[in-house]
Structures are given as structure tokens and as C-alpha cells.
Write a protein that binds this ligand. Structure first.
Ligand code: PLP
Length: 418
């Protein structure tokens, strides 16, 4: 195909759903719109209809769309150097690692390309630590939570405590077990049971707030008890911060809402604002990888690190954590008003700009139906399971845009009166 023909096929000019369905593998249930461009918190589809974006690429577009700082950083970087191997030192990678270490409890950072990969790195690190530092002769077990989500690779679907993601993909890797989230007694019992078998708990892997599992914040007392149990038993605490890290909760990291520090934590989604990146952080005490034991071709390349540096510098320069906290409170207040007006909802909850609105269990109404009705009115939302609406706008969202989202959701709910 000549360059001219390629240009004529530019998706923003002409979207062809038949072509898409014929050639793209059917692994996603997609809404029947094609998005052509974005600016700030607003998106436009190929028909020219505009939407207020409260999905942000599922908690990924930290600075919204076409943010000048991101454009400037990636444009400058691609003209200078976009990719080079980890055979060499990469200055942008060093600068980003320094920012993360100076703004978290971590001492060291490993870069990769996605949340699943960051969690894979954490799982490998836990196992190496168990075999070399804890000197486990028994099989190391990673305990994770029911309703959790950790990614789509074989190890991370196994860590994910939702059987629907594992179905038909067996045999799954050994060495995982599950406990209910926010339930300390269940955790203590599981550790005892596992220790009585020929296995040992090497790590507890949790989300500070369960995102895909229904926007369920961690309980402070639970996490403090988990930290104590880990300390007393030589167990590593791994937190998956892929959805909640990088300012989304109103603090840089989700664990800051829980008054504890993990030994290992992971990040991806929002870190480079929509340019692919993943990161696995740990304390020096468990940084046990040696050269050659873990790697990634693209991980920490100059392009993705320049994008992430632009994101984190903008977070600081534009005081975005303050905005996240103020807009989050405003959003929850607005959602609570809607929950009083329409008797469909049992709960509104969240931290900062990751919020959920739960539909009453005894109603037949599903989150996807409300998401579709909101989309009709020009508001993009994402479901978090069958009964929870998820609100994760860009962290730059304004007070006026929060009010607009509440008004659009109000209109959507009004026409779906049950
Ligand atoms: N962990 C959590 C908490 C997530 O929310 C996700 C994605 O939704 C992942 C891991 C997987 O991230 P990725 O899709 O970048 O592999």
C-alpha cells in the first residue's frame, strides 16, 4: 500500500467497522463508537459527537488528552532518541527512577511496559527472595485477594482472585491461594493452613483499593494488621498500584491512604499518561535480581520515560493532587445527590478520582446499561463489575466538568426510570 493510500485510510477520516471486525481479534466487548480525537477531558467520535471522558483510558490518561506538556516531551524525545537497549545506560530512565524513589517508599525500580508485566516482575522477585533469602525448602505461596485483578498473563490471571479470568487457561502456575479482601481473620487462618501443608506463604499481594473488583477501598485496620503479620512472619507485602498509583487517589500512591508501606509495589496505567510503561518498585532489602534474571526489550526506553517524567513533573507543577482531592469530594457529593434522587443505588465510595457507585443488588439493572445510557447523553463511564459504575476522569478535570458529568448522568438516569 502506498503512503498516499495509507493516508486515505486514516481512521479519523473514515471508520470501517466491517474491516475492524474482520481483521482484529475479538477479545474485547466494544461499544459501537470509534473515537477519533481528544483534548483535555473531552473526546470526539468519528461522527463528530463529543463526550466528556470519565474513563480516561481506564484510569490511564492522567493529564487527559493532548496535554501540552506530554506533547512537548514526547515530540522532543522522539526527535532526539526514542529507543535504545538496556545494554546501555538510559538517562531518562535514571531520572524517572529517581523521581519515583524520592516520592515513594521504594529504593529501586525495574521498568517494563504494562501492569501485568510489572506484576510478573513482582511475582518473580518474591519467588527469588523466598528461595535465596528466606531459604524456603517448601513451595512458596503468594496469597492474593478474592475479587482482585492483577493482569492477563498466565501468572497474573492466577494471582487474580476471580475464576472467570482463569477459565479454560489451565494448567495454571502453582503457588497461589486466595483470601477474602479486608478480612484479617480469614488471612490468619489461610496462613496457618498453608504452613501446615508442605508450603509457606512468601508474600501477600493486594490492591490498596480494588479497581476492577468494584472500586472497593482497603480498610486501614486491615492493612495495618497485614503489615504486622508480614513483619512477624518474614512475609513480603506486595501492593498492586497499577490502577490507583500516580496521584489517582489524591496521594501519589494508594498505600499512603492506608498508613503502611509495602515491600514491593507496581505501577503502570497512569504513570506515562497513556504511553505504555510499567514499573516494579521495591525496598533495597528485597532487591534480589541480578543481571540477566529479569529484562524487557522496551522496558524503560527513553520515549516512555520522557512521557512519564512529563506526567510526574506536571502533577507537581500544576498541584494536581490538590485538584484530585477537591474534585473527588465534589464528585462523590454529586453522586450522593443522584443516589438520593434515584432509588437504584446502594453505595457511593472511592478515594480522590477513583470512585464507584453501586447498583442495588436486588435490582435487575446492570452497570453496563447505565454506562450505555450515559454514553447516549455524552458521558463516558466504565463498569467495574456487573453492579458498579466507575468514575476515573483525567486528574486535570475541572469543577465545571464534574458538574457537567453529574448533570449528564442525571439526564441518563431520568430516561431509564425503572
Ligand atoms: N493490576 C490492576 C490493579 C489493574 O487494574 C490492571 C488493569 O486493569 C492490571 C493490573 C493489568 O494492567 P495491564 O492491562 O497494563 O497489563
Amino acid at each position: 500500500m502506498s503512503p498516499q493510500t495509507l493516508l486515505n485510510h486514516s481512521p479519523a477520516q473514515s471508520f470501517n467497522p466491517t474491516q475492524f471486525d474482520q481483521y482484529v481479534m475479538h477479545t474485547y466487548g466494544r461499544f459501537p463508537v470509534a473515537i477519533a480525537k481528544g483534548e483535555g477531558c473531552r473526546l470526539w467520535d468519528t461522527e463528530g459527537k463529543s463526550y466528556l471522558d470519565f474513563v480516561a483510558g481506564i484510569a490511564t490518561c492522567t493529564l487527559g488528552h493532548a496535554h501540552p506538556a506530554l506533547i512537548q516531551a514526547v515530540s522532543a524525545q522522539i526527535q532526539k532518541l526514542h529507543h535504545i537497549s538496556n545494554l546501555y545506560y538510559i538517562p531518562e530512565q535514571g531520572a524517572l527512577a529517581q523521581w519515583i524513589v524520592e516520592h515513594s517508599c521504594a529504593d529501586k525500580v525495574f521498568f517494563c511496559n504494562s501492569g501485568a508485566e510489572a506484576n510478573e516482575a513482582a511475582i518473580k522477585l518474591v519467588r527469588k527472595y523466598a528461595h535465596t533469602v528466606s531459604d524456603f525448602l517448601e513451595q512458596p505461596v503468594i496469597l492474593s485477594a478474592k475479587s482482585s485483578f492483577h493482569g492477563r498473563t498466565l501468572a497474573t490471571i492466577t494471582a487474580t482472585g476471580q475464576p472467570k479470568y482463569q477459565k479454560h487457561f489451565d494448567p495454571l502456575p502453582d503457588g497461589f491461594a486466595y483470601v477474602p479482601y479486608n478480612d484479617i481473620r480469614a488471612l490468619e487462618e489461610a496462613i496457618t493452613d498453608i504452613d501446615e501443608g508442605n508450603r509457606r506463604v512468601a508474600a501477600i499481594m493486594l490492591e490498596a483499593l480494588q479497581g476492577e473488583g468494584g472500586v472497593r477501598p482497603g480498610d486501614v485496620e486491615y492493612f495495618k494488621a497485614v503489615r504486622r503479620i508480614c513483619d512477624e512472619n518474614g512475609i513480603l507485602l506486595v501492593l498492586d498500584e497499577v490502577q490507583v498509583g500516580v496521584g489517582r487517589t489524591g496521594k501519589y500512591w494508594g498505600y499512603e491512604n492506608l498508613g503502611i508501606e509495602p515491600d514491593i509495589f507496581t505501577s503502570a496505567k497512569g504513570l506515562a499518561g497513556g504511553i505504555p510503561i510499567g514499573a516494579m518498585m521495591c525496598k533495597d532489602s528485597c532487591a534480589v535480581f541480578n543481571p540477566g534474571e529479569h529484562a524487557s526489550t522496551f522496558g524503560g526506553n527513553p520515549f516512555s520515560c520522557a512521557a512519564a517524567l512529563a506526567v510526574v513533573e506536571t502533577l507537581e507543577q500544576e498541584n494536581l493532587l490538590e485538584n484530585v482531592n477537591a474534585r473527588g469530594e465534589q464528585l462523590r457529593a454529586g453522586l450522593k445527590t443522584l443516589a438520593e434522587k434515584y432509588p437504584y443505588f446502594s453505595d457511593v465510595r472511592g478515594w480522590g478520582l477513583i470512585n464507584g457507585m453501586e447498583i442495588k443488588a436486588d435490582l435487575e439493572l446492570t452497570s453496563i446499561e447505565v454506562v450505555k445510557a450515559a454514553m447516549e447523553k455524552g458521558l463516558l463511564l466504565a463498569p467495574a463489575g456487573p453492579k458498579v459504575l466507575r468514575f476515573v476522569p483525567p486528574l486535570i478535570v475541572s469543577a465545571a466538568e464534574i458538574n457537567e458529568a453529574i448533570a449528564l448522568l442525571d439526564q441518563a438516569l431520568a430516561v431509564m426510570a425503572l
